[in-house]
Design a binder for this molecule. Sequence first.
Ligand SMILES: [Zn+2]
Length: 243
Amino acid sequence: MRSGRARVFEFSGARALFTGIAEGNLALHVGDDPRDVRKRRERLERELGAPLVFVEQVHGADVAVVRAAGDVRRMRESTCVADALVTDRPDVALAIMVADCVPVLFADHSTGVIGVAHAGRRGLLGGVLGATVEAMVDLGAAATDIHAVVGPSVCGRCYEVPEQMFHESVEKQPALASRTTWDTPALDLPAGAVAELQAVGLEGKSINVLGQCTLESESLFSYRRDPQTGRFAGVITRHATAA
Ligand SMILES: [Zn+2]
């Protein structure tokens, strides 16, 4: 990743990016100076050419729907609690913040509906990914037309969990089952995300897993590596800029 500039990629008619440590912390809740955070968010908005909408994430399964210009204004002025965002608007960018949890970006080329979701262990088992797809379908998308990008998160060889948590989680989503490289119980969140997405009708070939591990990568924030860490973001928009 070039320093100071996130790498924008295109998929299914949308433009998307994942920031990293180079773009700085984007979260207001981690003790960072809010003026610095706002400046970094504004820099991203200039790059994307569209207003960014964030939500206050609580590891739940609620999805915020951005339908009208008034929604964009309201959500930028006051806090909206949700762990996913969807919209059919081409003039807004949706952002989700993570540091080990899985950021998932969604786009349906045929209807232009896009979405983002934050899926850690709790959110994933709480059904946040299925709820996001359902909200996109409510906006006119078809699950079989939706493409998803599963972004950087802690990987299944690094995400060690207590034995009991392993069993409770795997009972609900068997695809989560993994072992650390040091042979202890672990959860594979990206694999769990893929299984959750396929269970609600996305096709395997429409799901792209980036596979980068936050704990192992020095260019990404990782809560497991440092609990005082910042957050990077997964962002998606249909807004086209002449960059
Ligand atoms: Zn790893």
